[in-house]
Ligand binder design. Structure first.
Ligand code: PEP
Ligand code: MN
Length: 447
């Protein structure tokens, strides 16, 4: 059997797949898929394996995971400035977290592929007009017109090329000297100096500076300071796309989804009898599953049995998104059941998706304090369970948007209109992201 035939029969196409677009033209879809199948991989299986071994370390308490980026990437925002600002923000956060944790930080972008969104409603009505909901640039356009909202499968091909261009820049920035830890520290010093809230975090930034000066004074100039490993990730949502980019690894004969290093299954598509779990079970990448406040301990065990029956280290990450008010109540029983079962998973906190609400002005927003409170709850639960608070998953941008309220800049509900740019959920801006990193670094230091 050749590779393509092996992939055709690998997945069970009779299973129901939630949250898939209603593509209006089956022929057009087939031709987009056929084109995707001919294109080279965006990532290599060996890189996915490297990430998996780093996740295995993190699951043992020997590393910390930082995953961040847009809720929904857009084609329009795949510019050099926007990509660079996001990478810079993530690297700045990672430097602070690494110092706080005294552990390596695994850097993962919600980037170079995060173009599709699950929606609560299939349609949206404005002023008496009903159109298909926006499902991300992978499917249709945000503009509220019939032609913009009609799903167009050629967009999947554009996702591939935009992801490719984004990854190219990511690789250039992270391997080409731009990401040198000393340079990242200079950016953090700039943040401390220029931001109104900087002085609050000055002491820790100074400590990092002294640690770097100490290594320099010892004549240490390791290559490891100059480059960073940066991985790509997105929600594996549009199965046509993910399957078209699944390839057989020539080294091992195993199937890898080469659209990203890490993919996750969302809270709305993890039905036990659904096509998304079937897909995730059959690829070899390290994978994640979002788990929300209604998850039972038994469901978590069932997900493990399904997705990592051999307890392969680094294979499975649970991204918990409970809400600030629920995490302390719901998470302990799940963590205890998983720990007792002997299963090894990485626990990551998504403090964004359980804390979204509508501001009086109608904007979807999140409070910085709720985000921090969920992270605090996450650390407290893992402390009481004797498990490692393994990482954070953040919706963020490197720009000065006004989408989440609060933080040291005290963004108010009235400020949201100033610069509300997200195509989907509200993101922490550059300053809020760094502030979060300093606060989480304190939690890591004191854990
Ligand atoms: C998301 O990550 O943007 C998302 C939709 O999350 P969840 O599946 O946790 O709701
Ligand atoms: Mn989101």
């Amino acid at each position: 059997m050749n590779s393509n035939a092996a992939i055709e029969t690998l997945f069970d196409s009779s299973l129901p797949a939630a949250q898939q677009p209603a593509w209006p033209d089956a022929k057009a879809l087939d031709s987009a898929i056929a084109e995707l199948k001919t294109l080279p991989p965006l990532v290599f299986a060996g890189e996915c394996d490297n990430l998996k071994s780093m996740i295995a370390n993190a699951a043992e308490g020997k590393a910390f995971w930082l995953q961040g980026g847009d809720c929904a990437e857009t084609f329009a925002a795949a510019t050099a400035d926007s990509i660079r600002n996001r990478i810079k923000t993530i690297l700045q956060m990672a430097a602070v977290l690494q110092y706080g944790a005294s552990l390596p930080v695994i850097k993962v972008g919600r980037m170079a592929g995060q173009f599709a969104k699950p929606r609560s409603n299939d349609s949206e009505t404005r002023g008496g007009v009903t159109l298909p909901a926006y499902r991300g640039d992978a499917v249709n356009d945000l503009e509220f017109t019939e032609s913009a909202r009609t799903p167009d499968p050629q967009r999947l091909v554009k996702v591939y090329h935009t992801s490719s261009a984004t990854l190219n820049l990511v690789r250039a920035f992270t391997q080409g000297g731009f990401a040198d830890i000393r340079r990242v520290h200079e950016w953090n010093k700039g943040f401390i100096k220029d931001s109104k809230i900087g002085p609050r975090y000055e002491a820790m930034a100074n400590e990092i500076g002294r640690a770097l000066a100490f290594t320099a004074s010892a004549g240490v100039d390791p290559e490891k300071f100059k480059t960073v490993d940066f991985y790509s990730s997105h929600e594996a949502l549009i199965l046509e796309y993910e399957k078209a980019l699944t390839r057989i690894d020539s080294r091992t004969g195993d199937a890898y989804d080469v659209s990203a290093h890490f993919v996750w299954v969302g809270e709305r598509t993890r039905q036990p009898g659904g096509a998304h779990l079937d897909f995730a079970a059959k690829i070899k990448n390290p994978i994640g599953v979002k788990i929300g406040p209604k998850t039972t301990p038994q469901e978590a065990l069932d997900l493990i049995a399904r997705l990592n029956p051999s307890n392969e280290p680094g294979r499975l990450t649970f991204i918990t998104r409970m809400g600030a008010g629920k995490i302390r109540e719901v998470l302990p029983a799940i963590v205890q059941a998983v720990t007792q079962s002997g299963a090894k998973v990485l626990w990551v906190c998504d403090p964004m998706h359980g804390n979204t609400y509508e501001a009086p002005s109608g904007y979807k927003t999140r409070k910085f304090d709720d985000v921090m409170e969920e992270v605090r709850g996450f650390f407290a639960v893992h402390k009481s369970c004797g498990t490692h608070p393994g990482g954070i998953h953040i919706e963020l941008t490197g720009d000065d948007v006004t989408e989440c309220v609060g933080g040291g800049e005290e963004i108010s509900h009235d400020d949201l209109a100033t610069r509300y740019e997200t195509a989907c959920d509200p993101r922490l801006n550059h300053t809020q992201s760094l502030e979060l990193a300093f606060l989480v670094a304190e939690m890591l230091r004191d854990r």
